[in-house]
Ligand binder design. Structure first.
Ligand code: GSH
Length: 209
C-alpha cells in the first residue's frame, strides 16, 4: 500500500527531516510531498491532512500519523533496528529522543535550522548557551561505545539530533571535540546529504520562518 510523507521545506523544517531520515534509513519506500510553509494556503493544506496542522504527516491508506516522533515509532514497529536492540539502551535512546522532542526551546528558536544560511555566528543569549551546554552533556551521557553514533548503530536518536548538528555547524558554535566528532558524523551521513542537496535547491520564500 502506498505511503506518503508530507514534509515542509527541506531547508527549514527540522521536524520533517527526522522521520524522513528514519524512513530512508529503514529502507521503507515512500512518496514525499513537500508543502511549502508560510504560503497563503499552507494552513488550509495542513488542516486538510491533520488537526495538528503541522508537518510532518505520514499517510498510509486510512491511517494518518502526525508528529515526528509518532511517525518514527511507527517506522520502528516495521523495522525494529531503528532503536537499539538492548532494552536498557533502547530506553536510554528513547529518553534522549524525548528530551529533544519536548525541550531545548531556546536553542531551537535562537538557532533556527536554515540549510541555506551561510555559516556564521549569531548572537546567543544565556538561555540558548544553557541549552547548548545541556545538549553536549546529554550527548556525552548517552554515548555508548566507540562508534560514530550515540548507541552503536544509527538510531532514531541520531535522527533527532541531525537538525541540531546542522544548527551547530551553521551558527559556528564552539563544541567539545567529542561533540564535534558526533556533529561531523551526522552531517557526513549520505542520507542526510541527500536531504541537504535538495534543501540547497529550494527557492520557496518562507517569511515567517
Ligand atoms: N511536535 C511536532 C512539531 C511539528 C511542527 O511544529 N512543524 C512545523 C514545521 S517544522 C509546522 O508544521 N508548522 C506549521 C506552519 O508553519 O504553518 C512534530 O514533532 O512533528
Amino acid at each position: 500500500m502506498s505511503l506518503t510523507l508530507h514534509i515542509g521545506n527541506k531547508r527549514l523544517s527540522s521536524w520533517s527531516m527526522r522521520p524522513w531520515l528514519a524512513l530512508k534509513k529503514a529502507g521503507i519506500a515512500f512518496t514525499e510531498n513537500v508543502i511549502p510553509l508560510d504560503q497563503d494556503d499552507t494552513r488550509e493544506t495542513l488542516l486538510a491532512l491533520s488537526p495538528a496542522a503541522t508537518v510532518p504527516v505520514l499517510q498510509k491508506d486510512d491511517l494518518t500519523i502526525w508528529d515526528s516522533l509518532a511517525i518514527c515509532e511507527w517506522a520502528a514497529e516495521q523495522v525494529p533496528s531503528l532503536w537499539p536492540a538492548d532494552p536498557v539502551q533502547r530506553a536510554r535512546a528513547r529518553a534522549v529522543t524525548a528530551s529533544m522532542h519536548s525541550g531545548f526551546g531556546a536553542l531551537r528558536s535562537t538557532l533556527s535550522m536554515d540549510l541555506q544560511r551561510p555559516v556564521g555566528q549569531t548572537s546567543v543569549d544565556v538561555a540558548c548557551w544553557a541549552d547548548i551546554e545541556r545538549m553536549e552533556a546529554l550527548w556525552a551521557a548517552a554515548k555508548t561505545g566507540n562508534g560514530l553514533y550515540l548507541f552503536g548503530d544509527w538510531s532514531i536518536a541520531d535522527a533527532f539530533f541531525t537538525p541540531v548538528a546542522t544548527r551547530f555547524q551553521t551558527y559556528d558554535i564552539p563544541l567539545s571535540s567529542a561533540s564535534r566528532a558526533y556533529v561531523d558524523a551526522l552531517l557526513a551521513d549520505p542520507v542526510y546529504q541527500d536531504w541537504r542537496a535538495a534543501a540547497l535547491e529550494e527557492s520557496f520564500n518562507a517569511p515567517f520562518h
